[in-house]
Design a protein around this ligand. Structure first.
Ligand code: ADP
Length: 188
Protein backbone atom coordinates (compact mmCIF):
# COMPACT_ATOMS: atom_id res chain seq x y z
CA UNK A 1 0.00 0.00 0.00
CA UNK A 2 1.22 3.52 -0.83
CA UNK A 3 0.13 6.17 1.65
CA UNK A 4 0.77 9.89 1.57
CA UNK A 5 0.84 11.57 4.97
CA UNK A 6 0.07 15.30 4.87
CA UNK A 7 0.18 17.66 7.82
CA UNK A 8 1.61 21.03 8.81
CA UNK A 9 4.96 21.25 10.61
CA UNK A 10 4.53 20.18 14.23
CA UNK A 11 1.33 18.19 13.65
CA UNK A 12 2.97 15.03 14.99
CA UNK A 13 3.51 13.37 11.63
CA UNK A 14 6.92 11.98 12.57
CA UNK A 15 5.59 10.20 15.67
CA UNK A 16 2.58 8.75 13.87
CA UNK A 17 4.61 7.69 10.84
CA UNK A 18 7.00 5.67 13.00
CA UNK A 19 4.10 3.75 14.49
CA UNK A 20 2.29 3.34 11.20
CA UNK A 21 5.26 1.85 9.32
CA UNK A 22 5.71 -0.70 12.11
CA UNK A 23 2.03 -1.55 11.92
CA UNK A 24 1.91 -1.85 8.10
CA UNK A 25 5.47 -3.15 7.60
CA UNK A 26 6.24 -0.70 4.82
CA UNK A 27 9.23 1.67 4.57
CA UNK A 28 9.06 5.24 5.85
CA UNK A 29 10.09 7.77 3.19
CA UNK A 30 10.62 11.12 4.89
CA UNK A 31 11.91 13.71 2.42
CA UNK A 32 12.80 15.97 5.36
CA UNK A 33 15.14 13.25 6.68
CA UNK A 34 16.49 12.50 3.20
CA UNK A 35 17.24 16.18 2.58
CA UNK A 36 18.83 16.60 6.00
CA UNK A 37 21.06 13.62 5.14
CA UNK A 38 22.12 15.36 1.92
CA UNK A 39 22.65 18.59 3.88
CA UNK A 40 24.99 16.88 6.35
CA UNK A 41 27.50 16.01 3.59
CA UNK A 42 30.14 18.53 2.57
CA UNK A 43 29.45 19.14 -1.12
CA UNK A 44 28.17 21.93 -3.34
CA UNK A 45 24.81 20.10 -3.43
CA UNK A 46 24.63 19.94 0.36
CA UNK A 47 25.25 23.67 0.70
CA UNK A 48 22.56 24.33 -1.90
CA UNK A 49 20.07 22.11 -0.06
CA UNK A 50 20.98 23.74 3.27
CA UNK A 51 20.13 27.17 1.87
CA UNK A 52 16.51 26.03 1.39
CA UNK A 53 16.06 24.03 4.59
CA UNK A 54 17.62 26.63 6.87
CA UNK A 55 15.35 29.33 5.46
CA UNK A 56 12.23 27.16 5.85
CA UNK A 57 11.73 27.15 2.08
CA UNK A 58 10.96 24.14 -0.07
CA UNK A 59 13.77 22.45 -1.96
CA UNK A 60 13.25 22.38 -5.77
CA UNK A 61 10.59 19.88 -6.90
CA UNK A 62 12.74 18.00 -9.39
CA UNK A 63 15.58 17.55 -6.93
CA UNK A 64 13.20 16.11 -4.32
CA UNK A 65 11.55 13.86 -6.92
CA UNK A 66 14.96 12.55 -7.99
CA UNK A 67 15.83 11.63 -4.41
CA UNK A 68 12.45 9.91 -3.93
CA UNK A 69 12.79 8.02 -7.22
CA UNK A 70 16.19 6.67 -6.15
CA UNK A 71 14.71 5.49 -2.88
CA UNK A 72 11.71 3.86 -4.60
CA UNK A 73 14.07 1.71 -6.67
CA UNK A 74 15.14 -0.15 -3.56
CA UNK A 75 13.51 -3.53 -3.17
CA UNK A 76 11.87 -2.85 0.20
CA UNK A 77 9.57 -0.35 -1.55
CA UNK A 78 7.93 -3.09 -3.61
CA UNK A 79 5.66 -3.74 -0.63
CA UNK A 80 4.55 -0.11 -0.56
CA UNK A 81 5.69 3.06 1.15
CA UNK A 82 4.63 5.73 3.57
CA UNK A 83 5.43 9.15 2.09
CA UNK A 84 6.08 11.64 4.89
CA UNK A 85 6.46 15.29 3.89
CA UNK A 86 6.12 14.44 0.22
CA UNK A 87 4.51 15.48 -2.05
CA UNK A 88 4.48 19.02 -0.75
CA UNK A 89 3.51 20.92 -3.91
CA UNK A 90 1.04 20.25 -6.72
CA UNK A 91 3.96 19.67 -9.07
CA UNK A 92 5.42 17.03 -6.75
CA UNK A 93 2.00 15.35 -6.50
CA UNK A 94 1.80 15.15 -10.28
CA UNK A 95 5.40 13.93 -10.60
CA UNK A 96 4.68 11.22 -8.04
CA UNK A 97 1.45 10.17 -9.76
CA UNK A 98 3.25 10.00 -13.13
CA UNK A 99 6.16 8.04 -11.71
CA UNK A 100 3.89 5.52 -10.00
CA UNK A 101 1.64 5.22 -13.07
CA UNK A 102 4.68 4.36 -15.23
CA UNK A 103 5.13 1.38 -12.94
CA UNK A 104 1.43 0.48 -12.88
CA UNK A 105 1.06 1.82 -9.34
CA UNK A 106 -0.83 4.63 -7.57
CA UNK A 107 -1.26 6.44 -4.29
CA UNK A 108 -3.84 4.33 -2.43
CA UNK A 109 -4.64 6.62 0.45
CA UNK A 110 -3.90 10.08 1.84
CA UNK A 111 -3.97 10.90 5.53
CA UNK A 112 -4.26 14.54 6.56
CA UNK A 113 -3.30 15.24 10.15
CA UNK A 114 -5.25 18.35 11.18
CA UNK A 115 -4.06 20.58 14.04
CA UNK A 116 -4.77 24.29 14.68
CA UNK A 117 -1.90 26.73 14.11
CA UNK A 118 -1.38 28.04 17.70
CA UNK A 119 -0.84 24.51 18.96
CA UNK A 120 1.60 23.81 16.12
CA UNK A 121 3.80 26.80 16.92
CA UNK A 122 3.88 25.84 20.60
CA UNK A 123 4.92 22.28 19.80
CA UNK A 124 7.63 23.39 17.37
CA UNK A 125 9.18 25.81 19.85
CA UNK A 126 9.33 22.97 22.40
CA UNK A 127 10.95 20.69 19.80
CA UNK A 128 13.56 23.40 19.15
CA UNK A 129 14.73 22.91 22.73
CA UNK A 130 14.52 19.11 22.84
CA UNK A 131 15.92 18.23 19.38
CA UNK A 132 17.93 21.32 18.51
CA UNK A 133 16.73 21.54 14.90
CA UNK A 134 18.09 24.72 13.34
CA UNK A 135 14.88 25.34 11.39
CA UNK A 136 12.74 25.29 14.56
CA UNK A 137 13.11 29.01 15.34
CA UNK A 138 10.22 31.48 15.41
CA UNK A 139 10.99 33.12 12.08
CA UNK A 140 11.51 29.89 10.14
CA UNK A 141 8.47 28.30 11.77
CA UNK A 142 6.27 31.12 10.45
CA UNK A 143 7.80 30.74 7.01
CA UNK A 144 7.18 26.95 7.04
CA UNK A 145 3.55 27.56 8.08
CA UNK A 146 3.11 30.06 5.26
CA UNK A 147 4.67 27.63 2.77
CA UNK A 148 2.39 24.88 4.06
CA UNK A 149 -0.82 26.86 3.63
CA UNK A 150 0.07 28.23 0.20
CA UNK A 151 1.86 25.26 -1.40
CA UNK A 152 0.87 22.08 0.44
CA UNK A 153 -2.70 22.67 1.65
CA UNK A 154 -4.06 22.64 -1.97
CA UNK A 155 -3.03 18.97 -2.17
CA UNK A 156 -5.73 18.11 0.33
CA UNK A 157 -8.33 19.20 -2.20
CA UNK A 158 -6.51 17.40 -5.02
CA UNK A 159 -6.61 14.07 -3.18
CA UNK A 160 -10.12 14.65 -1.79
CA UNK A 161 -11.39 14.93 -5.37
CA UNK A 162 -9.86 11.55 -6.09
CA UNK A 163 -11.72 10.10 -3.09
CA UNK A 164 -8.45 9.19 -1.35
CA UNK A 165 -8.46 11.58 1.59
CA UNK A 166 -8.93 10.64 5.25
CA UNK A 167 -8.80 13.56 7.72
CA UNK A 168 -7.37 12.67 11.13
CA UNK A 169 -7.95 14.88 14.17
CA UNK A 170 -4.41 15.55 15.39
CA UNK A 171 -5.45 17.51 18.50
CA UNK A 172 -5.85 14.43 20.69
CA UNK A 173 -3.05 12.56 22.45
CA UNK A 174 -0.72 10.47 20.30
CA UNK A 175 -2.37 7.18 21.28
CA UNK A 176 -5.86 8.34 20.26
CA UNK A 177 -4.53 9.79 17.01
CA UNK A 178 -2.87 6.50 16.14
CA UNK A 179 -6.06 4.63 16.90
CA UNK A 180 -7.95 6.77 14.35
CA UNK A 181 -5.20 6.18 11.78
CA UNK A 182 -5.30 2.41 12.30
CA UNK A 183 -9.04 2.41 11.79
CA UNK A 184 -8.77 4.35 8.52
CA UNK A 185 -5.91 2.35 7.00
CA UNK A 186 -7.52 -0.98 7.75
CA UNK A 187 -10.63 0.10 5.82
CA UNK A 188 -8.67 0.44 2.55
P1 ADP B 1 8.51 19.78 8.91
O1 ADP B 1 7.36 18.92 8.45
O2 ADP B 1 8.59 19.88 10.39
O3 ADP B 1 8.62 21.11 8.22
P2 ADP B 1 10.38 18.11 7.40
O4 ADP B 1 11.43 17.31 8.08
O5 ADP B 1 9.33 17.38 6.69
O6 ADP B 1 9.84 19.04 8.56
O7 ADP B 1 11.06 19.13 6.37
C1 ADP B 1 12.09 20.01 6.73
C2 ADP B 1 12.51 20.87 5.54
O8 ADP B 1 13.01 20.03 4.48
C3 ADP B 1 11.39 21.68 4.87
O9 ADP B 1 11.15 22.91 5.53
C4 ADP B 1 11.95 21.87 3.45
O10 ADP B 1 12.96 22.87 3.42
C5 ADP B 1 12.63 20.53 3.19
N1 ADP B 1 11.69 19.55 2.55
C6 ADP B 1 11.20 18.40 3.12
N2 ADP B 1 10.38 17.74 2.28
C7 ADP B 1 10.34 18.49 1.13
C8 ADP B 1 9.66 18.36 -0.10
N3 ADP B 1 8.83 17.33 -0.36
N4 ADP B 1 9.86 19.33 -1.03
C9 ADP B 1 10.68 20.37 -0.82
N5 ADP B 1 11.34 20.56 0.33
C10 ADP B 1 11.18 19.64 1.31
Amino acid sequence: MRIVFIGPPGAGKGTQCKRLVEFLKIPHLSTGEMLRAVKSEDTALSRWVASYIDAGRLAPDHLVMRIVEQRLKQSDCLAGALFDGFPRTMIQAQLLDDHLAENGLKVDMVLELAVVEDVLIDRLLKRAVSEGRLDDNRETIHERMRVYSTQTAPLVEYYAKQGKLAVIDGMQDAEAVFHQIQQRVTQV
